[in-house]
Structures are given as structure tokens and as C-alpha cells.
Design a binder for this molecule. Structure first.
Ligand code: NAD
Ligand code: IPM
Ligand code: MN
Length: 349
């Protein structure tokens, strides 16, 4: 169609602030050419929960399902019990819409300073993508607590890994590796301790790998992976890993590539049986919310991932180029959230 129907969930904290800048750039890049953008804003998050007790009503979920894609800011608020919004809204979206590929690219742009020793990370020295499984692992809520608050309290969070779930994300990661110049895939897990899940992942990578003879594979335990992310990130091309390991290592990946304010992500449903969802890797940052200090770049780069997913590769490239140009000239003087959004929007326009 000629209209892109985007469901917009600003969410909590800095979420609405960064999403406004993402939308600014989205309309700038499509202005006068390309598709018409139609956005529907959904009031979800802490405000709604306080007002109604709802996190994500099924009727709203079904409305959201009818869109081409979702742009989300962040979810979570210090005034709401931890987990209520994260599980009831964010994870409910990812699980219900079968976002099994949580795609998190890490790239050091020219002009951006990495906290790592500079001689190890010349621009281009960090350019990898984490394919984080998005619908299984310890996130599924398979656990419980007994005798809460007593000395005999027991809590479990069982990690669920299905052959179906592991195989489909591993195959997606191989495809992505095959499409990149280096054609290299690293499985990150912990099969020396998590022997059941670890062996399932390892065997699956071996077996699916037979379909991709041109892709070289490597394995790293997650603890060692954090060493190499901090000392030699240039070795990584595509990383495939489970939901929790992927959550953790993508914050490290963000930090080494210039900071959490730059890290974009896509929660992808590759078969397109439901809309995919694009969001910065960061959270609602209550410590800086409402002050116009949040960097909207991660959200703007997530808009580029959204455009790419919807077949608008040229628009995506223009957004990325505008971000790269802005980063190259950014300097150290702090700019407000909207000043950064304006500058990038002006460059794509
Ligand atoms: P966070 O990512 O919100 O913040 C971590 C640190 O990074 C803070 O110091 C924050 O100020 C800074 N930061 C984050 N985004 C920034 C930006 N765009 N520009 C500049 N600085 C930025 O993580 P947290 O503090 O662990 O979590 C806060 C809340 O967000 C919690 O409720 C958590 O559950 C939630 N959360 C949500 C998501 C999501 O919606 N995808 C992701 C992570 C955390
Ligand atoms: C992220 C966040 C979420 C996650 C939380 C808020 C559920 O940390 O998107 O990285 O763990 O996936
Ligand atoms: Mn996270």
C-alpha cells in the first residue's frame, strides 16, 4: 500500500520524548515522496495503569496487530511495581506478536568515541549485530515462589528453550551472517553449566550450519564473550544468543559503541504474521525524564530499522546517513533531545 500505518507507543519516562523525535525524522524522510505515514498513538504505560489498572488490554493488542509496524519508546516507571509494565506490556507485545528475532546492531560511527582503548576500535572496528532470541528463555514466566518472606523462601525462573524456537532464531542468524561480508556467526551461551539448554543451542547451530557451508561459526561462553566485547569487539560479526544473555550483552555492546543513547533495536516477526516493533535498547531513564536530556538517536536509528523492514531501504539509508553526519559533527556541547531530532530531521529533509 501507499500508506504506512504505524502504531506508536511512547510509554514511560523519556519514551515519549525520544519517540517524538523519531516521528519527526520519519515524517521528514517521507515528506513529499514515498508513502504517506499514518500514526496511531496508544496511551499505554504507567499513566494508564494508575488510571485504570490496565497494562495492555486484549482489545488494544488486537488493534495494534492491524498496523504495519510499531514504534515504541520505553516502558517502566518507579511508581509502578517492577515487572508489571515490563511483563504486562512490553513482553506481552513481544510474545503475542511472535517477535522471536530481537535484532540489536552495534556499530561505531566515525566521530563517536568508544570508551575502549582507541587503537583497538578505529571506526569500523565495531560492526556486529546481536540476534537475541525474543520469545523464550527465562523470560517466559515459567517459575514461581514459595513461602515468600520466610526464611524458607524458594524462587524459580525456569528457562524454556524449544527446538522449534532455537532453530528458527538460529536459522535467521545464519541468514543474516550469510548476507554480510564476513559471514561469521558466534553462538554465545554457557553450555559448560547450562548443559540442557546449552547443548540444544550448540547442536542446533551445528545442524542448521550444515545449510550454510559458507558461514564460519564460533562459540563463546557468555562470560568470556563479555571480555572480548570489552577488549576485542572487532572479532564479532553476527552473535546469536538466548533472551537473557542477549539482553545483557547488548547493553555492553551499546556502551562500547558510544553509549546507550545510540543503540537501536528491532523486535522482528520474520514471517510477518504480525507487525514488528522497533525501539531503542534503553529504558525509560527515570533519572533524566522530563528534562529534555535524553538522546533520541537510538530511537531515530530504530526508525531506520523500521523503514528497512517495511521495504523502504532507501529511506532507511537516508536516515542512517543523516545520523552518521550528525554524529560526525556532534562535538561535546550537550544538545537537547529536540535539538538533536531537529538537526537529524533537517539533514534528511
Ligand atoms: P535505562 O536504560 O532506562 O537507564 C540506564 C542509564 O542510561 C540511566 O542513567 C539513563 O539516564 C541512561 N539513558 C538511557 N537512555 C538514555 C538516552 N536515550 N539518552 C541518555 N541517557 C540515557 O535502564 P534502567 O535504569 O535499568 O531502567 C529504567 C526503567 O526502564 C525500568 O523500569 C526498566 O524496567 C525499564 N526498561 C525498559 C526497557 C524497554 O522499554 N525496552 C529497556 C530497559 C529498561
Ligand atoms: C530491553 C529491556 C527489557 C528486556 C525489559 C524491560 C523487559 O531490558 O529491552 O533490553 O529485558 O528485554
Ligand atoms: Mn535490556
Amino acid at each position: 500500500t501507499d500508506t504506512l500505518d504505524i502504531a506508536v507507543i511512547g510509554g514511560d519516562g523519556i519514551g515519549p520524548e525520544v519517540v517524538a523525535e523519531g516521528l519527526k525524522v520519519l515524517s521528514a524522510v517521507t515528506a513529499g515522496q514515498g508513502p504517506k505515514i499514518s500514526t496511531t498513538e496508544y496511551d499505554l504505560g504507567a499513566r494508564r495503569w494508575h488510571a485504570t489498572g490496565e497494562t495492555l488490554p486484549d482489545s488494544v493488542l488486537e488493534e495494534i496487530r492491524g498496523h504495519d509496524a510499531i514504534l515504541l519508546g520505553a516502558v517502566g516507571d518507579p511508581g509502578v511495581p517492577s515487572g508489571v509494565l515490563e511483563r504486562g506490556l512490553l513482553l506481552k507485545l513481544r510474545f503475542s506478536l511472535d517477535h522471536y528475532v530481537n535484532l540489536r546492531p552495534a556499530r561505531l560511527y566515525p566521530g563517536v568515541t568508544s570508551p575502549l582503548a582507541v587503537e583497538r576500535v578505529a571506526p569500523g572496528g565495531i560492526d556486529f549485530v546481536v540476534v537475541r532470541e525474543g520469545t523464550e528463555g527465562p523470560y517466559v514466566g515459567n517459575g514461581g515462589a514459595l513461602r515468600v518472606g520466610t526464611p524458607a523462601e524458594v524462587a524459580t525462573e525456569v528457562s524454556v528453550n524449544t527446538r522449534y524456537g532455537v532453530e528458527r532464531v538460529v536459522r535467521d542468524a545464519f541468514r543474516r551472517a550469510q548476507g554480510r561480508p564476513r559471514k561469521h556467526l558466534t553462538l554465545v551461551h554457557k553450555h559448560n553449566v547450562l548443559t540442557h539448554a546449552g547443548h540444544l543451542w550448540r547442536r542446533t547451530v551445528e545442524e542448521v550450519g550444515a545449510e550454510f557451508p559458507d558461514v564460519e561459526t564460533a562459540y563463546q561462553h557468555v562470560d568470556a564473550a563479555t571480555i572480548f566485547l570489552a577488549t576485542d569487539p572487532g572479532r564479532f560479526d553476527v552473535i546469536v544468543t538466548d533472551n537473557l544473555f542477549g539482553d545483557i550483552i547488548t547493553d555492553i555492546a551499546a556502551a562500547i559503541a558510544g553509549g546507550i543513547g545510540l543503540a537501536a533495536s528491532g523486535n522482528i516477526n520474520p514471517e510477518r504474521t504480525a507487525p514488528s516493533m522497533f525501539e531503542p535498547v534503553h529504558g525509560s531513564a527515570p533519572d533524566i525524564a522530563g528534562q529534555g536530556k535524553a538522546d533520541p538517536t537510538a530511537t531515530i536509528l530504530s526508525v531506520a530499522l523500521l523503514l528497512d523492514h517495511l521495504g523502504r531501504g532507501e529511506d532507511a539509508a537516508r536516515v542512517e546517513a543523516a545520523v552518521a553526519a550528525d554524529l560526525a559533527e556532534r562535538g561535546s556541547a550537550p544538545r537537547s533531545t529536540s535539538a538533536i531530532g531537529d538537526a537529524i530531521a533537517a539533514r534528511v529533509g
